[in-house]
Write a protein of this length. Structure first.
Length: 143
């Protein structure tokens, strides 16, 4: 019987990615795979920084909607003018709180902090529900 498995974990994967810190493109090692399979973490060989990498679904998997989850999808229009005025521009050296409104300049996107999490290596992250990008994990308190 042949089993087809989605993730091969015993092999280092490398993804070519641009580092905005080094201003160069590197082949970066995948250091961690998020459980939900939507964000990978890449390690930049230039600055040793960790970069989130958005995985695009190649297999066209059906979206699994989990009813009963009380975190609603956020649309761009859900952010009021007041939200935007009070938003904090994303900076990885900053520390954010749950429910903070974040503005991500590179993506021109507003998001709400829905969770905070500390990764192995004591890297702090926030999970942000963006209007356009959806839920994305970002680093905080770096540097
Ligand atoms: Zn770098």
């Amino acid at each position: 019987m042949t089993q087809s498995r989605k993730g091969v974990k015993n092999e280092a994967r490398v993804i070519e990615q641009y580092c905005s810190v080094c201003k160069k493109t590197f082949d970066m090692e995948v250091v961690e795979e998020a459980e939900k399979n939507d964000v990978l973490w890449l390690k930049c060989p230039g600055c040793d920084g960790f970069l989130p990498y958005m995985v695009e679904s190649e297999e066209g998997d059906d979206k699994v909607d989990e009813p009963g989850e009380n975190q609603q999808e956020i649309a761009p229009e859900d952010f009021s003018a007041e939200d935007k005025e009070n938003s904090l521009e994303y900076d990885k050296s900053m520390i954010y709180k749950t429910d903070d409104i974040i503005y991500h300049r590179s993506w021109n996107d507003y998001g709400k902090v829905i969770a905070r999490e500390t990764l192995p290596g004591n890297r702090k992250t926030i999970l942000v529900n963006f209007g356009h990008q959806g839920k994305i994990r970002l680093l905080e308190g770096e540097g």
